[in-house]
Design a protein around this ligand. Sequence first.
Ligand code: FES
Length: 117
Amino acid sequence: MKTRHYFGALDALQEGQFSIRELGNRSVGATLHQGKPVVMLNFCPHAGAPICRGKITASQYTDAEYQLHLDAEHPVLRCPWHGWEFSLESGGLHFESRLRLAFLEYELDGTDLFVWI
Ligand code: FES
């Protein structure tokens, strides 16, 4: 059964940077993406790294002429241990569909962020 935990004030979150809290014996990270909270377990699905200590960066893609482009509208979270990049939107990897970030349910109560674990 999940329990509701207070994470903190919404206005303390920043785009491109995680806040990390210990809630219900789990490490949880939260950031903002396009003004909305993104909340997840601080645990990489590959090998268990504290993934919220990784860097949020623009995703990359190549066009038909093999030119590399950066896409800041669709950022990725780069794991600090092996560098795998997970979509901050879908939680997935571009080369592997089974591993996903463990997003958590959350709710806002006024300007306070609560997380369900
Ligand atoms: S532990 Fe995250 S990519 Fe390996």
